[in-house]
Write a protein that binds this ligand. Structure first.
Ligand code: APR
Ligand code: PHB
Length: 389
């Protein structure tokens, strides 16, 4: 087979890139290790920056997002029984859109099918060959049959556990990592949100987050030990702990219900450099991971896709290599800013093992500074709604 861009990974990064390229008449093939249903079964964050909304519009995939997504003009931050609001509209003039990542992925799959775009599912043994030459090709197996794709470029959109990053030689790659000493226990419940905006809660017992998918489907999290097993947490135990971590007046109005999904996720910050090697370009989780405090995972994948899409358009439409030559540095400049914000927000909101009473008072002092200082709130708002591409 022959294509212009071989895309490894059928998650949001790979699908968004494929659809944007398709709209410009640039051909791609998407190779996905799992099935479509498996991919759509992943529960992920649901806060979209305007940059991602714009890309979905450019991809022709934003109708349902606009119809069903919720505009949020701010977010709530609590510490103990104290709570204050960061007003995005006031400080930036921009909202965020609450719309599940699963729905973003679903919309992109539908667009790919409508475009009769090629996606190979259940692929195995993907190997990226000759990325450092002008004639790369990808080999893989489907049901034991070996296949080969000749291509101009390879987009590594295969997430943290994919093969793309590892294709870059270890003497070329530099990796930066911070593993957090706790996880997030998340549940999905068919209950109305405790508040119409998200609540990020710092409490002496640990972090909690009240989020939502719509008026009757909520996503709640509590910080938990990495030694915890999801079986250790009954729904009742979760709700009791969650109530202790949010302000009492919010806990009183919390409507609990049975979990329809419950899982524990570890937290890490991770960046690999460079994000390009020859004709291989890394996008999204293949290149970087952020702790979910601030919902920057999908939104940073989106800015990578934007830079790579524009670079490939430049190559095919104006025979310019400027965009592809600048891709890695441009993407990393924004990646590191979102890594910083996600690390800062995680450091501010979580209780760290061995944290002293002084450390907690410093967290509270920083929260009170954020609460009282317009410049601090503006900086927080600008990062949360999304730094410019
Ligand atoms: N071959 C083919 N596909 C692969 C391979 C492989 N060797 N390895 C992984 N994949 C697939 C995975 O099954 C997954 O569907 O690549 C896809 C990568 O998708 P994501 O992990 O969702 O990464 P990305 O598309 O960059 O999206 C980033 O989604 O996962 C969240 O937290 C993440 O919000 C962030 C966003
Ligand atoms: C979610 O809705 O799952 C979510 C929202 C905001 C975050 C993380 C997760 O920062």
């Amino acid at each position: 087979m022959q294509t212009q861009v071989a895309i490894i990974g059928g998650g949001p990064s790979g699908l968004l890139l494929a659809q944007l390229l398709h709209r410009r008449g640039i051909d791609s093939i998407v190779l996905e290790r799992k099935t479509k249903n498996y991919v759509l079964g992943r529960i992920r964050a649901g806060v979209l920056e305007q940059g991602l909304v714009r890309l979905m519009e450019e991809a022709g995939c934003a109708d349902r997002l606009h119809a069903e997504g919720f505009q949020h003009d701010g977010t709530l931050i609590s510490y103990g029984d104290e709570m204050f609001r960061i007003d995005f509209k006031k400080h930036t003039g921009k909202p965020v859109i609450v719309y599940g990542q699963t729905e973003v992925t679903r919309d992109l799959y539908e667009a790919r099918e409508q475009a009769n775009g090629l996606i190979e599912f259940n692929v195995e043994n993907v190997v990226i060959n000759g990325a450092d030459t002008d004639n790369p090709h990808v080999t893989y197996a489907v049901h034991g049959e070996i296949r080969r794709i000749e291509c101009d470029f390879v987009a590594g959109c295969d997430g943290f556990h994919g093969v793309s990053r590892k294709t870059i030689p270890t003497d070329v790659r530099r990796e930066y990592e911070k593993v957090y000493p706790f996880g997030w226990l998340g549940i999905l419940s068919k209950t109305p949100p405790v508040n119409h905006e998200l609540i990020y809660a710092n409490s002496p017992r640990g972090f909690a987050l009240a989020s939502m998918r719509n008026e009757s489907l909520c996503r709640y999290y509590i910080q938990c030990s990495l030694d915890d097993d999801v079986e250790d947490w009954s729904d009742d135990a979760f709700w009791e702990e969650f109530k202790k971590r949010i302000p009492a007046d919010q806990a009183k109005q919390l409507i609990t219900g049975p979990s329809i999904e419950k899982s524990i996720a570890p937290l890490r910050s991770f960046v690999t450099e460079p994000m390009r090697w020859g004709r291989l370009f890394l996008c999204g989780d293949a290149a970087h991971i952020v702790p979910p405090t601030g919902a920057k995972g999908l939104n940073t994948a989106a800015s990578d896709v934007h830079y790579l899409y524009e670079a490939l358009r430049g190559y095919y439409e104006t025979s310019s290599a400027d965009g592809i030559d600048a891709y890695s540095a441009k993407a990393l400049a924004r990646v590191w800013k979102t890594e910083r914000f996600s690390w800062w927000f995680s450091s501010l909101m979580h209780r760290y093992p061995g944290q002293t009473a002084f450390d907690h008072r410093i967290q509270v002092a920083e929260l009170e500074f954020l609460r009282s200082n317009e410049a601090a709130q503006k900086a927080m708002a600008e990062n949360y709604v999304g730094l410019p591409y």
